[in-house]
Ligand binder design. Structure first.
Ligand SMILES: Cc1cc2nc3c(=O)[nH]c(=O)nc-3n(C[C@H](O)[C@H](O)[C@H](O)COP(=O)(O)O)c2cc1C
Length: 309
């Protein structure tokens, strides 16, 4: 998730467990071959066999509307060590859509096909290429056509965020569409949208009939959500993370960020995480209020210490 789940958070979340894969923030491809350092910035895991330190494979996500340039960049990603590549056809950002990238491409299934096929051809066959789509731009009219375009381009699998671009992130996601799409294609499908609890996961599974799932905001709001879901799937019990454990994770993120950025940015990221955590942990509301007056990392660290018992 762009601006939210970077390599630090990928490390923390995958260490907690329950994930089989994770994906980088999107790397925006415009009209040229990007410099290598941008691939390393978005995916520092390139230097560790494209896995988080917990050993979870990391997929590099590319976003762009020019098939040839996307293919060139995908080839470079592969040369740099990418072990799988995903193409973003879901980003709703006006800025990105204006530059012919993300969800706006869903208006043109032929273009979805061309981009996916070009990326597929450009990278060695052992590197999976996948695409992430929404149900459409304004309507769901082209949902099946876009999914079939991804399949026809020989993608290894498709992830479907069960909303249109116009739906944004609004609740509820349209899980009933997931099964329809899954029935229309024969490549594996990953279901995404509004899975914020074990109960949501079970309902999404029942309604969609899908077997593979991607978490979004729920993963940030509840850092052990994937572990809880994995336990539910194997009929095991697991303890749910308590607030004091969460505060250790926040401190860990802060310390990791401190090595590469300033106090202000670190504090910004911590506040951002607290906004997500508020949905699950009422204690985050109070801590967020206290953080408003904090200007230095050391003050934040002190506040976190008082919560960590
Ligand atoms: C702040 C933010 C950033 C996101 N960035 C990305 C991204 O870079 N790539 C992507 O495929 N999806 C991105 N998404 C979409 C999520 O991956 C997910 O598809 C979406 O939030 C729906 O799932 P949810 O309802 O469980 O959150 C982003 C979502 C948010 C809210």
């Amino acid at each position: 998730m762009e601006g939210v789940i970077d390599h630090h958070l990928r490390h923390i979340l995958t260490r907690i467990g329950g994930y089989q894969h994770c994906v980088t923030e999107f790397l925006r491809v415009t009209d040229r071959l990007l410099p290598e350092h941008l691939f390393h910035r978005i995916c520092p895991e390139l230097t560790q066999q494209c896995q988080t330190r917990a050993g979870t494979p990391v997929t590099i996500q590319l976003l762009g509307g020019d098939a040839e340039i996307m293919a060139e960049n995908a080839q470079l990603a592969a040369e740099l060590g990418a072990s799988s590549i995903d193409i973003n056809f879901g980003c709703p950002s006006r800025f990105v859509n204006r530059k012919a990238g993300g969800a706006v491409l869903l208006k043109e299934p032929e273009r979805v096909f061309k981009i996916t096929a070009a990326v597929r051809k450009a990278v060695p066959g052992n590197i999976p290429v996948s695409a992430k789509i929404r149900l459409g731009y304004e309507s769901t009219e082209l949902a099946l056509e876009n999914a079939r375009a991804v399949e026809a381009a020989n993608a290894s699998f498709i992830t479907v965020h069960a909303r249109t671009k116009v739906d944004g992130y609004k609740h509820p996601a349209r899980w009933e569409w997931l099964g329809r799409i899954d029935d229309a294609i024969s490549i594996p499908m990953v279901a995404n949208g509004d899975i914020n609890s074990v109960e949501d996961f079970l309902r999404c599974k029942e309604i969609s009939g899908c077997q593979n799932f991607m978490l979004g905001r729920g993963a940030v709001a509840q850092p052990d959500l994937a572990r809880q879901i994995a336990a539910a799937q194997s009929q095991k019990t697991t303890t749910v993370m308590q607030w004091h454990e969460i505060t250790h994770l926040i401190t860990e993120l802060a310390k990791a960020m401190q090595t590469e950025t300033d106090d202000l940015r670190t504090l910004g990221r911590l506040k951002q995480w607290l906004v997500y955590l508020k949905k699950q942990y009422p204690q985050a509301v109070e801590l967020f209020k206290q953080f408003r007056h904090v200007k230095q990392f050391s003050q934040a660290e002190e506040l976190l210490k008082t919560q960590a018992q």
